[in-house]
Ligand binder design. Structure first.
Ligand SMILES: *Cc1c(COP(=O)(O)O)cnc(C)c1O
Length: 494
């Protein structure tokens, strides 16, 4: 009896040794590792390959210490000291290839012509072409693209503008900067976008505009939003600051409303460091924007009397020639990178959608392409043995998958009250409208609260630029946490 146990221990000891220390030459293990199987095919594989006892070893629970080594190497969550699913780095962002990207930038630098000139104009032409818009104007950033557009569409003090609460702060900052009051419409948690069904209930006699945001690079339902806007005679400025090349029925985001606004900030899918653009088919509007971005000096149809000087109360939002040169270099890659993100997002979604408690984003039926600035899913802790989202994120990061919880609700932060206390707001609105408690009450977005506070998980766009097998690792990491959710929860709370 004792003798038999010893034989077993010796056998398993050597097997363990092989599995752990000879990964790369042990053919079954390295094959197993190389093809990075998904959960189902891995189970099948283990079943079909029990000759070596691989399946048995992996599934034995109560065991001598040698098994702990096997477990430690493959199955123990990284957050509890196990080996991470992924140890390699992810693609870097932004990308920069000196051989192809620097020639034009250096030419500009050496020319000494740095302020707005031909290269900016060339970038604008290319951007308009890319988006399928008649005109484009480059400006200093996406925030100011929004402010300029709203201002030149005559949005300002005393107006209400409908916005989503699930967006980057810049959307709402832009509305406030014009003196208009943001009115929040709750999010559709399935798509992460403004819920078009809930817009009409928020329209009042003061409502002048809607600023839909294609947040995370997934298109908002523009067909429905435009119908509502037409019915109520509202201006639409699309915040497409995360939606480069995203489409509904093959029409690009940014071309549905009166104007579309883009950002080229460092983290964005078309990174320049800082930068933005306005697109529109409306020549008069674009001429006004141009004039506004250049101190209000005459441009195109914006003309005063000869010699009368500056026509519009403008500002200065011009970008430099070297920014435009960087933009032209980045633009060359955008189409291909967008395709890769779409393919990988679709594949990753297919790999995780059956994990109970993981609910990936949904695209509206009319969406033909997304930008995937982020890959979002909703996390349901009930399906993960009560493991909090915060600890799920920590566990996933530990497995080598960077992730975050995303936005906080923008409809209930102090900046709003600060704007209401400003001189301009005090003069533009009746007292009742500036009662902050009443405002908070009227602008509740309970589904968005839940999305922000408990559910949302984001993966960055740069992860989607990796390969298919890297997407498998993301799925494996989530699956691993799912299987160990109870242990992680108990260990972490200790
Ligand atoms: C980035 C961003 C902006 C602002 O763009 P900047 O170029 O950073 O000013 C506006 N809206 C959304 C949704 C964004 O993601």
């Amino acid at each position: 009896m004792i003798f038999r146990i010893n034989i077993d221990v010796v056998f398993y000891y050597f097997l363990t040794y092989f599995l752990i220390f000879t990964k790369d030459i042990f053919p079954v293990y390295s094959f197993f590792k190389r093809i990075k199987m998904n959960k189902n095919s891995r189970r099948k594989f283990i079943k079909q390959n029990s000759i070596l006892g691989l399946g048995t070893v992996m599934s034995v629970g109560a065991t001598p210490t040698v098994f702990t080594s096997i477990k430690r190497d493959t199955d123990i969550p990284a957050i509890l000291g196990g080996k991470p699913v992924r140890t390699e780095s992810w693609p870097k962002w932004p990308r920069w290839y000196p051989e192809t990207d620097e020639k034009r930038v250096l030419e500009v630098l050496r020319s000494g012509i740095w302020s707005r000139n031909k290269v900016v104009t060339e970038f604008e032409k290319k951007w308009a072409e890319t988006i399928g818009s008649k005109r484009s104007l480059a400006v200093v950033n996406g925030t100011n693209a929004l402010i300029a557009s709203l201002a030149q569409l005559n949005i300002g003090g005393g107006d209400e503008v409908i916005v989503p609460p699930y967006t980057f702060i810049a959307t709402v900052v832009a509305v406030l900067a014009t003196g208009a009051m943001p009115v929040f419409v709750d999010t559709d948690p399935e798509t992460f976008q403004i819920n078009p069904e809930k817009i009409e209930a928020k329209i009042t006699s003061r409502t002048r505009a809607i600023v839909p945001v294609h947040i995370l690079g997934l298109p908002a339902d523009m067909e429905q939003i435009m119908q509502i806007a037409e019915k109520h005679d509202l201006i639409v400025v699309e915040d497409a600051c995360q939606a480069w090349l995203a489409e509904i029925n093959h029409k690009k985001m940014g071309t549905f409303g009166n104007a579309g606004c883009f950002s080229f900030q460092n983290s964005k899918n078309l990174p320049i460091g800082e930068g933005g653009a306005i697109v529109s088919d409306d020549d008069d509007f674009m001429d006004r924007c141009y004039s506004y971005h250049n101190y209000g000096n005459p441009y195109g149809t914006v003309v005063g009397e000869v010699g009368a000087g500056t026509v519009i109360a403008g500002t200065k939002l011009r970008i430099t020639e070297y920014q435009a040169a960087i933009g032209l270099a980045q633009l060359k890659r955008l189409e291909e990178e967008t395709s890769i993100r779409n393919e990988n997002a679709e594949y990753l979604k297919s790999q995780i959608k059956d994990i109970r408690g993981i609910i990936p984003y949904k695209l509206y039926n009319n969406v033909t392409r997304a930008a995937f600035h982020l890959f979002p899913f909703r996390y349901n802790k009930e399906e993960f043995k009560g493991l909090s989202r915060e600890n799920f994120l920590k566990a996933l990061s530990a497995e080598g998958i960077p992730c975050s919880s995303g936005y906080a609700p923008l409809n209930k932060m102090p900046y709003l009250n600060n704007a209401f206390q400003s001189k301009n707001f005090q003069k533009m609105y009746p007292k009742e409208m500036l009662n902050f408690d009443a405002y908070l009450e009227n602008n509740q977005c309970p589904l968005n609260d839940k999305l922000c506070d408990e559910e949302a998980v984001w993966l960055s766009q740069k992860l989607l630029l990796a390969g298919k097998s890297d997407m498998d690792e993301i799925a494996q990491a989530i699956d691993k946490i799912k299987k160990n959710a109870g242990v992680i929860k108990n260990q972490i709370s200790k």
